[in-house]
Design a protein around this ligand. Structure first.
Ligand SMILES: [Fe+2]
Length: 303
């Protein structure tokens, strides 16, 4: 089941948005029955269930839920009729059925880019009609493969106007959520993609983006990974945050491997090792249970 990337992928990888064609939308693994099977075999305590509320501007805080006893079939039904977003993180490791697909995707990325992909984390995303994921950045590289349904993706330039260095540094220090301040005017400079089954995209690391589902169930594979360049870049920015906070200087953002960025990355590795006990991000409390009998299938636990 091959994945096709464009011919210029080797030189454009990491700096431009690249589109792939893939066949995974044809797999029985992602039919309603297939998804129910995957949900039944996925460790339920790892299943992330989020509701982003009715504020489609993305200003209301995301709520975290649970579904400890629902069969996979009922979870699929709840996503179809509710207002939720499911993430089966590490599905490449937790679901043996998906490992061949993950290997194919990451293998294609390595072949096409000429770079090793480390820290592979394939997230199986199953989300309700019309759900929006607000303006944010992800720390790792991401390749997003659309499997079922349609969604619109906005990708914004990777510069300080769209993602202030202080915000990026704070995110990398895990002191804040990945959401960024958003303005409607940003859309004038966004690249907009209509994702449909069989289509994949990857974009430069730390490029801001947001997503809106069409009025249908969406199934996607969000494949996170690190290359050597993205690892050095991430750790150099980590050190930039340290310099900004402790020495009150504003270091320039870096992009690429060089003596300065490598030195900063080495410092970051040492600093993280010494700070390891303080770097746990406070987790969002679970405040609802997935329940098909209530509106949006989101039943508050303490109402
Ligand atoms: Fe993202």
């Amino acid at each position: 089941m091959p994945v096709y990337w464009p011919d210029n992928a080797k030189t454009a990888f990491g700096t431009e948005i690249l589109r792939a064609d893939h066949p995974f939308d044809q797999s029985d693994l992602f039919t309603d029955d297939g998804l129910a099977h995957l949900l039944d075999h996925y460790p339920r305590h790892l299943l992330e269930i989020w509701s982003f509320g009715s504020d489609q501007a993305g200003k209301s805080p995301a709520l975290k839920g649970r579904a400890p006893r629902l069969p996979g079939k009922d979870i699929v039904d709840a996503v179809k009729h509710g207002d939720v977003w499911l993430n089966l993180q590490r599905s490449n490791l937790e679901l043996p059925d998906l490992k061949p697909i993950a290997d194919e995707i990451y293998g294609s990325l390595e072949d096409t880019s000429g770079r090793r992909s480390r820290q592979r984390d394939m997230n199986l995303l199953i989300s309700s009609p019309n759900v929006e994921v607000s303006y944010h950045i992800d720390v790792p590289m991401v390749a997003l493969f659309q499997v079922r349904g349609h969604k619109r993706l906005w990708v914004y330039p990777r510069d300080r106007k769209f993602a202030p260095p202080e915000h990026v540094e704070q995110l990398i220090h895990m002191n804040r959520d990945s959401d960024l301040p958003y303005r409607d005017a940003f859309d004038e400079e966004a690249r907009v993609f209509e994702l449909k089954p069989g289509m994949g995209l990857t974009w430069p690391q730390l490029a801001p983006h947001r997503i809106r589902n069409a009025n249908c169930l969406n199934v996607s594979l969000s494949c996170e990974f690190m290359t050597l360049e993205s690892w050095v870049n991430t750790n150099a920015i980590y050190t930039n945050a340290f310099l900004r906070q402790n020495l009150k200087i504003s270091p320039p953002a870096l992009n690429g491997i060089g003596p300065v960025s490598l030195s900063k990355a080495a410092f970051a590795s040492l600093h993280k090792a010494l700070q390891s006990q303080d770097r746990e991000r406070a987790s969002t409390p679970i405040t609802f249970e997935l329940d098909a009998s209530v509106e949006n299938c989101v039943k508050p636990l303490w109402a």
